[in-house]
Design a protein around this ligand. Structure first.
Ligand SMILES: Cc1ncc(COP(=O)(O)O)c(C=O)c1O
Ligand SMILES: N[C@@H](CCOP(=O)(O)O)C(=O)O
Length: 405
């Protein structure tokens, strides 16, 4: 197992604390896949609880006694027949990552990233966040008694997420800037070795997130979807999921790969713009803006990995408006009973748009990833809903209202 630069190929020992290559390239964890192939089987996976650690052989952990877990992963993969009818698509699933312990997919990354911190014996962990990363890191660091500092863009973090980071006991710092500014600041702390950085620039964290791909295959009884649609912000998740599918293919668990499709918000879409030009690099947004605060990111650190996932898989990238996001959020709640936060609904909004544009074939087997729970952002949900009706304590009035249902 080594850390390898995706740009120049330089390798680093796994025990070295390094976030990017000296050439500036992103790092990834590379394993001996022949060795993994000999150790794993579909039957062996099934002997373990479903969740991140079912796929232990693919995870960068040397000392299992150091694992920090809150039973993450094992999230439901819902077949969505009502939406299939509504949108006119043959086979649609939603992988609901809001069902994780702190309500987002970040827990998959944190169980591995914080385990890594535990193995290294670091005392202070930190991150910049639009909310979910901080909630998750605060919980996992509490679980193993580490100090935690989180930097948030003031006034732009959904209430539920802020409450979580505060309540789990992290040192919460709000800055007068956006997420990208906050990330620059914590990167500096990490460079000076003052914190162990657990944003998705850390390749160990992404190893946990790739288990979304493993679980999708497992839950579909080892069939592979034609397409996976993912909301994109800092672009770690789509990159990690793609790595997961590739590793399952390399080790003989599956025999095909899905088209990776990334969805950004209209006001924060540097990856979509790069994709439209066929470029490998993005032009960052200085002032990203969207109701989906989780993906309000102008300079996604994992853009090179995400663009590679999209190009190599023959996938696609599209942007959706805030109105389309809210409409999709309601659709998912009202047709399927799945309540997600706005950023999560962008995968559904993107699906709808790409079907209408004829980019997605209606016969495809599709998995949309919904990344965070609806209760993370109660303000957004209330703003998008009708006011509750207020009445006197009179059952006759109530009966009249019942008839209007
Ligand atoms: C709910 C939610 N959805 C999507 C994203 C985007 O994921 P990524 O940054 O890995 O692209 C994030 C955070 O980044 C998030 O919190
Ligand atoms: N939406 C994210 C933004 C940070 O992304 P990360 O994957 O690099 O930690 C958040 O929840 O903070």
């Amino acid at each position: 197992m080594i850390q390898r630069c995706i740009k120049c190929g330089k390798t680093y020992d796994v025990d070295e604390i390094v976030y990017t290559c000296e050439c500036g390239g992103l790092l990834e964890i590379v394993y001996d896949y022949e060795e993994i192939k000999d150790k794993v089987s579909k039957e062996k996976f099934r002997e373990r609880e479903i969740g991140v650690w079912r796929y232990l052989e693919y995870l960068p952990v040397k000392d299992e006694s150091k694992i920090v877990s809150l039973c993450e992963g094992g999230t439901p993969l819902y077949r969505c027949k009502n939406l299939e009818k509504e949108l006119g698509v043959k086979e649609l699933y939603v992988k609901n990552e809001g069902a994780n312990p702190t309500g987002s997919f970040k827990d998959r990354g944190m169980t591995v990233g914080v385990t890594r911190a535990n193995e290294l014996g670091v005392e202070v962990v930190g991150c910049a966040s639009t909310g979910n990363t901080s909630a998750s890191l605060a919980a996992y660091s509490a679980r193993c008694g580490k100090k935690c500092i989180v930097l948030l863009p003031e006034g732009k973090v959904a209430l539920g997420k802020l409450a979580q980071a505060m309540f789990y006991g992290a040192k919460v710092i709000q800055i007068k800037g956006n997420f990208d500014d906050a990330l620059d600041m914590v990167k500096q702390l990490a460079k000076e070795k003052l914190i162990y950085l657990l944003n998705s620039i850390n390749p160990f964290r992404l190893e946990g997130q790739k288990t979304i791909a493993f679980e999708i295959c497992d839950q579909l009884n080892w069939q592979v979807p034609d397409r996976v649609i993912v909301p994109v912000g800092n672009a770690g998740n789509i990159s990690a999921i793609w790595k997961g599918f590739k590793e399952f293919e390399m080790t003989g668990i599956i025999d095909k790969l899905p088209k990776m499709t990334g969805i950004q918000a209209e006001g924060a879409k540097p990856i979509v713009e790069a994709f439209r030009k066929g470029a490998k690099d993005i032009v960052p947004y200085k002032n990203p803006e969207t109701i989906a605060t989780a993906i309000r990111i102008g300079n996604p650190v994992n853009a090179p990995k995400a663009l590679d996932a999209i190009y190599s898989s023959n996938g696609y990238a599209e942007a959706v408006t805030d109105e389309e996001i809210v409409e999709a959020q309601k659709l998912l709640a009202r047709r399927e009973g799945i309540f997600v936060e706005p950023a999560s609904a962008s995968s559904i909004a993107g699906l709808k748009k790409l079907l209408e544009e004829g980019i997605i074939d209606r016969d495809e087997r599709i998995v949309c990833i919904t990344t965070g729970h609806g209760l993370k952002d109660p303000d957004a949900a209330i703003r998008a809903s009708e006011e509750p009706i207020k009445i006197e304590c009179d059952v006759e009035i109530l009966k009249k209202l019942l008839k209007e249902l």
